[in-house]
Design a binder for this molecule. Structure first.
Ligand SMILES: *[C@@H]1O[C@H](CO)[C@@H](O)[C@H](O)[C@H]1NC(C)=O
Ligand SMILES: *[C@@H]1O[C@H](CO)[C@@H](O)[C@H](O)[C@H]1NC(C)=O
Ligand SMILES: *[C@@H]1O[C@H](CO)[C@@H](O)[C@H](O)[C@H]1NC(C)=O
Ligand SMILES: *[C@@H]1O[C@H](CO)[C@@H](O)[C@H](O)[C@H]1NC(C)=O
Ligand SMILES: *[C@@H]1O[C@H](CO)[C@@H](O)[C@H](O)[C@H]1NC(C)=O
Ligand SMILES: *[C@@H]1O[C@H](CO)[C@@H](O)[C@H](O)[C@H]1NC(C)=O
Ligand SMILES: *[C@@H]1O[C@H](CO)[C@@H](O)[C@H](O)[C@H]1NC(C)=O
Ligand SMILES: *[C@@H]1O[C@H](CO)[C@@H](O)[C@H](O)[C@H]1NC(C)=O
Ligand SMILES: *[C@@H]1O[C@H](CO)[C@@H](O)[C@H](O)[C@H]1NC(C)=O
Length: 492
């Protein structure tokens, strides 16, 4: 799933290099005064005319005692000009199940070949690369700014650093720190974009996958009032497992331990999450995330001033769906996913929402397909549906060019004509036009699709299916009764 959120619908303009830019050193690379440091562009692309300001610190490094807490604005440091040339990346982690599914999902989609692997729900898959990439660093709250075009890119990545939670953790840690980091980055853009010639009323945020989910969290931030528990037992369990992996017994000790150990513990925990699971993610916390975001969207407790363009791929869930073999396996998986619900809810999921009827009426012909459809809807397309339904000025596309797996549309969106590629370039240009016109004008128009304009999602759940044969207009396949059911969040 990909989400593009535009904060204003008024006419946008390209950023132009304004007077606040000052001339730099002998290399003539520009230096900007950010009012807490001087930052010099790392590079200037003379062909495209784009300055690249790299590794701009927007928060104090979250190390030691600042770890697992909301970020702090950066301290003033004018001791020298920062050129952003130190290379660093956030701590990385591989989700183990994805490596296994990559071995079979393509031939399953193409030829319906069932995977020949044994799957068990016990949570240990994946490996933890050692040695680690030397650029990995916990203190990775940085932004890159490209002028005249500005691209926003910040995150502590999936994993433990930004998303520990639960009663035990919360005694001295802040849940959802990753969302607070992202919020501070968005605030930084509001405060500083004019220094790069930008207009703070014309900001577009674009993210895919878990990042698209984080945009939903930003739209529903602080959305309700009630304080609700999330899954305290599971969250405490994950927190304690993390402490164990880091070989410490408290959050205080974790803050004092070396970065290497924490980076390893994070990678090990995510890798060992089990096929179809991640361990870490946002949780209800009574403030930033007062309720499940789908409920907040349904109840109108979200930002109304934005327009959104939301895309999903047809087979979003396949890579995250373990190949279960029978009814018992399907039930066991759903119970693991929703550990706190009553049996009646699980019964409804397995008997009514995704019943064992394999003649295609429900979009599947065997258990692997059934699990994939259930995962696609519960984790991805019903979230996209909830967002598109909640925002008045929303647009949607459904990317269905085979294999249309999770994040498949990104390859087309970032297609570069100067590189060799076998993809359908018409499809690529349609997606690129949608994105560029959404950024410029707040609507995903283009010429190659043949429509005079793309209608808003509206009551009819209008979307543009984009496949390898044609580009049409249709009702969103996620605009169905099952997504209405998932929207009630009876399962958490
Ligand atoms: C200020 O920035 C310089 C250059 O990036 C760095 O070497 C120094 O450690 C910084 N000072 C503080 C107090 O962070
Ligand atoms: C921007 O500059 C950084 C630091 O030199 C470099 O690593 C990065 O590749 C550059 N990005 C582009 C798109 O040129
Ligand atoms: C699908 O089956 C055909 C015919 O057996 C084979 O040539 C092709 O490689 C298979 N494709 C995949 C992705 O497995
Ligand atoms: C399935 O995997 C097993 C164990 O790796 C192997 O012995 C068997 O030949 C495979 N079956 C098929 C049909 O590929
Ligand atoms: C864990 O900590 C204990 C006590 O500090 C130490 O003896 C042990 O070597 C550590 N184990 C690992 C794997 O770091
Ligand atoms: C589970 O069922 C019990 C008894 O019927 C009910 O009181 C409770 O609210 C239900 N819990 C959920 C999460 O639906
Ligand atoms: C599929 O099976 C169900 C239950 O037996 C039946 O009601 C339905 O008509 C069947 N659909 C098709 C397309 O065969
Ligand atoms: C590429 O996609 C477009 C839009 O779906 C379609 O009209 C065209 O036939 C496709 N081209 C090829 C070579 O498949
Ligand atoms: C568009 O392509 C899809 C997938 O191949 C096909 O099912 C549908 O009939 C086509 N629609 C039109 C209007 O050609």
């Amino acid at each position: 799933m990909s989400t593009f959120m535009k904060v204003s619908t008024a006419l946008a303009c390209f950023f132009s290099v304004g007077q606040s830019l000052v001339q730099g050193d002998a290399n003539s690379l520009l230096v900007v005064d950010l009012s807490y440091e001087l930052h010099r562009a790392s590079t200037f692309d003379t062909k495209l005319g784009i300055y690249n300001f790299s590794n701009i610190r927007y928060a104090v490094p979250p190390l030691g005692d600042l770890l697992f807490r909301p970020p702090q604005p950066p301290a003033s440091n004018y001791s020298s000009i920062n050129d952003g040339l130190d290379s660093r990346i956030c701590p990385q982690a591989n989700v183990g199940g994805l490596i296994t599914s990559a071995q079979w999902d393509f031939s399953y989609i193409t030829n319906r070949t069932l995977p020949n692997i044994s799957y068990s729900p016990s949570p240990s898959v994946g490996s933890v690369p050692i040695p680690r990439d030397p650029r990995e660093n916990e203190g990775c709250l940085f932004l890159d700014v490209f002028v005249p075009q500005s691209v926003l890119n910040s995150a502590r990545t999936v994993g433990t650093f930004g998303f520990l939670s639960g009663p035990q953790f919360s005694k001295s840690g802040t849940p959802n720190a990753g969302l607070w980091d992202q919020r501070l980055a968005l605030q930084w853009v509001q405060d500083k974009t004019h220094l790069f010639g930008g207009d703070k009323m014309q900001i577009t945020v674009a993210r895919g996958s878990a990042g698209a989910g984080s945009i939903i969290h930003q739209l529903t931030a602080f959305g309700g009032a009630s304080k609700v528990a999330s899954s305290p037992a599971q969250e405490d369990q994950a927190f304690n497992a993390f402490l164990q992996l880091a070989n410490v017994s408290s959050l205080g000790e974790a803050r004092a331990v070396s970065s290497d150990k924490l980076i390893y513990a994070n990678a090990a925990q995510v890798a060992g999450s089990g096929y179809g699971f991640f361990t870490s993610g946002p949780s209800r916390d009574g403030t930033f995330v007062p309720q499940h975001p789908r409920l907040l969207l349904k109840d109108g407790k979200s930002d109304k001033s934005v327009s959104v363009l939301v895309g999903h791929n047809t087979n979003e869930g396949l890579a995250f769906a373990p190949p279960v073999r029978d009814d018992a396996g399907f039930r066991e998986l759903e119970t693991l996913k929703f550990p706190n619900v009553n049996q009646s809810v699980i019964d409804f999921i397995v008997n009514d929402l995704y019943p064992p009827i394999f003649n295609g009426t429900f979009g599947y012909y065997e258990q692997v397909g059934r699990t994939a459809v259930a995962t696609t809807e519960s984790h991805f397309t019903c979230a996209a549906y909830a967002l598109k339904s909640a925002v008045e000025k929303s647009y949607g596309y459904v990317f269905n060019t085979p294999p249309a797996l999770h994040v498949a549309d990104a390859t087309y969106m970032f297609y570069d004509p100067s590189t060799k590629s076998s993809i359908n370039t018409t499809v690529a240009y349609i997606l690129q036009d949608y994105l560029i016109n959404f950024i410029l004008h707040g609507a995903p128009d283009n010429r190659p699709d043949g429509f005079s304009s793309v209608p808003t999602y509206g009551k009819n759940a209008n979307v543009v299916p984009i496949n390898a044969n044609n580009v049409t207009m249709a009702k969103d396949p996620a605009g169905n009764a099952r997504c209405k059911w998932w929207e009630q969040v009876l399962y958490n």
